[in-house]
Design a protein around this ligand. Structure first.
Ligand SMILES: [Zn+2]
Length: 261
């Protein structure tokens, strides 16, 4: 793969497991933050979302920079249109962004991208040397179980999970919620997941730590904790990240996954 460009929070390559056939290809994931793009305030600067009021040409240029960082042409990027649900779209060619909160592909050289600005952008690398996936998960995603849905889709395609990367997201202490919302999470999620996701903020109000909830849900699905890494800190606390809770009108960062072409 090509060298890494600047403007990324973190990037990593995952070698295909030895258990995969000789056709197994390495995968790359990349998590973005605010810096390294061309958008102007309040979207400065690497905003990847075309639905937040930013200039579309700027968004196109920013997406091209992400593609370049992955060693790809700009037209090899598929960005999801997330709606806080649990629908999973399998995409095998570039084109219109599917409305779904998780994307799965087995097409080499096709990068799939999940966006967020407090919600967790997730990259999942399959253990078959072919499959990669991305997902977007906030508290609604925990309740709808988008994580379970995307892992199930990967399994349906014959792939387990080799590596998971959780991109920048709001931490539980910066995400106080009404008691009723905490109750909703507790009612909908497995006990281990709710226990991991629900925290108590400084003023005694409940908070939701979505990344910890996602990690716990992966654990209930048999994905070992050592398989999961966190890239980037708390979006509210770190000014180098986009945060909807902190700033309201703002851009979106993202996480991309691609199998080598
Ligand atoms: Zn925080």
């Amino acid at each position: 793969m090509e060298p890494i460009a600047t403007g990324l929070v973190a990037v990593g390559d995952v070698l295909a497991p030895e258990s995969s056939s000789t056709g197994g290809r390495p995968a790359r994931w990349a998590a973005t933050g605010r810096s390294g793009g061309v958008s102007v305030a309040p979207y400065e600067s690497l905003n990847l979302a075309d639905y937040v009021g930013d200039d579309h040409d700027a968004v196109r240029a920013n997406r091209a920079r992400l593609a370049a960082a992955l060693g790809l042409r700009a037209d090899r990027l598929v960005v999801m249109d997330a709606v806080h649900g649990a629908d999973v779209a399998t995409v095998e060619a570039p084109g219109v962004a599917p409305t779904a909160d998780a994307l799965v592909t087995r097409t080499p050289g096709l990068a799939i991208v999940a966006l967020g600005a407090d919600c967790v952008p997730i990259a999942l690398i399959g253990d078959d040397g072919r499959t990669v996936a991305v997902a977007h998960c906030g508290w609604r995603g925990l309740v709808a179980d988008v994580v379970g849905a995307v892992v199930a889709r990967m399994e349906g395609l014959g792939s387990g999970v080799q590596r998971v990367v959780l991109g920048p997201a709001v931490c539980g202490f910066c995400y106080p919620v009404p008691v009723e919302r905490a109750d909703e999470v507790r009612a909908a999620c497995p006990g281990d997941v709710a226990a991991a996701a629900l925290v108590t903020c400084a003023d005694g109000q409940p908070g939701i730590d979505v990344r910890s909830g996602v990690m716990a849900r992966l654990g209930t699905l048999g994905v070992a904790a050592g398989t999961v890494e966190w890239a980037g800190g708390c979006t509210v606390e770190d000014p180098s990240l986009f945060s909807f809770r902190r700033d309201g009108v703002t851009g979106r960062q993202g996480i991309a996954a691609v199998r080598a072409g």
